[in-house]
Design a protein around this ligand. Sequence first.
Ligand code: NAP
Length: 245
Amino acid sequence: MNETRTALVTGANKGIGYAIASGLGALGYRVGVGARDESRRDTAVEKLRAAGADAFGVPLDVTSDRSVTGAAELIERRAGRLDVLVNNAGISGEMDPGWLQDPTTLDPELVRTVVETNVIGVVRVTNAMLPLLKRSASPRIVNVSSAVASLTRQADPRIEIGPVMAAYAPSKTFLNAVTVQYARQFAGTDILINAACPGLVATDFTGFHGPRTPEQGAATAIRLATLPDGGPTGSFFEDDGVIPW
Ligand code: NAP
């Protein structure tokens, strides 16, 4: 089997996705930079290559069947298989001042939009890439989630977990639930799938507020993307270990 391992990171043109792509590139992975905007994608690929990574651009809008099918075809032509898929692309949806999404005034369309990217996008990309992942000896899937998805933490008034986010937080809870269903379906196979929380990271997503760098935010996803055979699956991790559901 070809020894070069190939990874695809969605939403890799900036922020945590870029840092995950960069980290995997530094570990010797050939990295597909999944991004929907051509110029942002090209810039990221150039930057990764300048840093020594074996990076290539993958046009990818996770909300489009056509785009995702095209991405799978491109990776098949380019690499013949996929070893790592990191579903990182995500959106918060519009927020009220104070990073609030008030459930009592929530626009159903906002919920639909956020779920379309954060959950359905992940299902679409994962299923399109599965035939390529199954050609790998050690396939790994990482879904970038958030600690705000933890119902245990959200429901505990003693835990400070930030503002009410009635579209974004449940979209990541939904993503976690889907992650567990995939893990159950993959039981007894070599495919490991887990959810990762990057912590509060200074990116466009947070208006560059947050104590962590994208590199720090990428660390857990990179660890889960490179798990040894027999490693954990169907779980939810942050730097310090497992996050309760
Ligand atoms: P970011 O800087 O806003 O980057 C988000 C990435 O997702 C961008 O590359 C964006 O592409 C891409 N994206 C959005 N919709 C897409 C679509 N339909 N198709 C393809 N790509 C799409 O945010 P980030 O902070 O790095 O967040 C990355 C992930 O971490 C997200 O899943 C987020 O929910 C999660 N997360 C972030 C934090 C944090 O503190 N930052 C905390 C917990 C979890 P464009 O440039 O084209 O928009």
